[in-house]
Design a protein around this ligand. Structure first.
Ligand code: SF4
Length: 129
């Protein structure tokens, strides 16, 4: 499965709420797989991904309506954790991110996201939940 860098965080924090029913059906399926098959591999892409593909904000290949904002999320995740465009084992890379993540880093990366206060991101990533 293809994931853009900041979706390594969204996939963990997702708690069933999203833009519309197509988006949430896909997001639920994607996150179910990642959470159940922890050894699953993910291909990190610096572009739109398998979550974007069912999102009403995706305008085209590598084009999100909120491009400026989501590219900033991606850039910060790449810079903080050295994420590259390659294949990772989901369990390994999310453990690595979560063990290095601080509340200040997370507020810096995700502070502008409308879902941050709504979803379980902080609890799942730094709260041990
Ligand atoms: S808002 Fe943009 S980055 Fe987020 S899932 Fe939708 S298309 Fe992808």
């Amino acid at each position: 499965m293809k994931l853009r860098p900041h979706h390594l965080l969204c996939a963990q924090g997702y708690s069933g709420k999203g833009y519309d029913s197509d988006f949430t059906a896909n997001m639920t399926a994607v996150t179910k797989r990642l959470r159940e098959e922890r050894a699953v591999t993910v291909e990190i892409v610096f572009s739109t991904d398998d979550i974007c593909s069912k999102c009403p904000k995706m305008l085209g290949q590598n084009l999100c309506r909120d491009d400026e904002k989501v590219n900033s999320f991606d850039r910060k995740v790449r810079n903080y954790f050295g994420i590259e465009e390659k294949i990772y084992v989901y369990d390994d890379i999310t453990r690595e991110i979560n063990s290095a993540m601080t509340e200040a880093m997370m507020d810096d990366i995700c502070g502008d996201c409308a879902w941050y206060p709504v979803s379980a991101c902080k609890k799942r990533i730094i709260g041990g939940g």
